[in-house]
Structure formats: C-alpha cells, structure tokens
Write a protein of this length. Structure first.
Length: 197
C-alpha cells in the first residue's frame, strides 16, 4: 500500500516545489494546471480541471465568458497559473449559482473534465460502486446481514476466484479453544476445571 501511495503522491514533484517558491500544501490545486480545483455549488462541490487550452476554451463557452478568449491573461496555461486566484473566483461565481448535477451535466456535455465530490452517503449510493462490488454489506455472526454497514470490496477482480466477505467476523472468543488447544497445546478442559479460563 505504501508503494502505491508514494507513486501517487510523487506524481507531483513535491520535493522540488520549495526550491521553486511553491508551497508544498496546495489544497485541491495542481501548480501546473489552472483551473484545477474543487468548486462549491449550491448543493455540494465539483472538481474541475482544464488540462489544455482547448478544454479551457470549452469551459469558457459553458460559463458564458467567451469575452476572455481575446484576453492574453487567460489564454495560455502559464498565464492562467499566474492569474489562478482570478480563474478560481470566476469559476466559483458560475458554479456557486448552480446545482451540482447541472454543473456536471453542462461540463461533461462540453467535454470538460469534472466530477462531483461525493460524501460518504453519496458514495454508498453511487451505482458504479455497486456494479463493481466495491461496497459489501457486512454480516453479523448472530444478527445476519447488516445492509447499512459496509466494507470496501476487493479492488482486484478475478475471472475464476470469488473474493469478498463470505463469512462474518467471529464473535469475541469464538476461536479460543482452537488456539489454546490445537495451536498452543494447552489442556483446555483442565484449565476450565481449575477455573483458569
């Protein structure tokens, strides 16, 4: 797990940011793209990123700011990064007045990279995770399935091997006799007679 996380974190050259005068903590931003952030809507948040000038141009069309297409301060990646605060403020003004689903729908129609920021309940209701078997209801050993209590499914899928939570976790102490008697070689019956266990 640590290998995977290091590979993801160091996708950005965090070790050289201080030498470039960039703060290590960027929040949701990337210091090489603008816009790239999470923006508030009237009922949630949306992550938006424009990786190319063409995508930025489509974003300007969607938010009704085609006037900026003739402003050199906004029409290259470097100039947008230099004016990142203004870019974020402009997008926030547009997203803040709309519902999250409307923002996502408009941007996806225009092929602008975006995604809703989901809270836990929205994540649990997301059909994609259900279809991939990524949220499995847990089963209590005596009460049975508990649909509101979920655990992450196994992210790797195999064609001939079923993965998941086939059995519930055991009750506390359920395997004590097996551990004490078979693994450790204790005389469990004798220990019980003497009141040790």
């Amino acid at each position: 797990m640590a290998d995977c996380l290091v590979a993801l974190v160091l996708d950005e050259s965090l070790d050289v940011w201080p030498a470039l005068g960039l703060p290590v903590r960027q929040g949701n931003r990337l210091p090489r793209l603008s816009p790239f952030n999470a923006y508030p809507t009237s009922d949630g948040w949306v992550a938006i990123g424009a990786a190319s000038d063409a995508e930025w141009s489509r974003l300007l069309d969607v938010i009704g700011r085609t006037d900026l297409k003739t402003d050199a301060s906004f029409m290259s990646r470097a100039s947008r990064l230099a004016h990142n605060e203004r870019v974020d403020a402009m997008i926030t003004a547009w997203t803040g007045a709309r519902r999250m689903a409307d923002v996502v729908d408009r941007l996806r129609t225009a092929e602008v990279a975006c995604a809703p920021v989901r809270d836990i309940e929205a994540l649990k209701a997301w059909p994609q995770l259900a279809a991939r078997g990524m949220l499995e209801p847990l089963r209590h050993p005596t009460l049975g399935p508990w649909p509101t209590l979920v655990a992450p499914g196994f992210p790797l899928k195999f064609s001939a091997t079923d993965v998941g939570y086939a059995t519930p976790a055991p009750l506390v102490g359920r395997d004590n006799d097996a551990v004490w008697g078979h693994l450790l070689g204790f005389d469990v019956a004798g220990l019980r007679r003497r009141g040790v266990i």
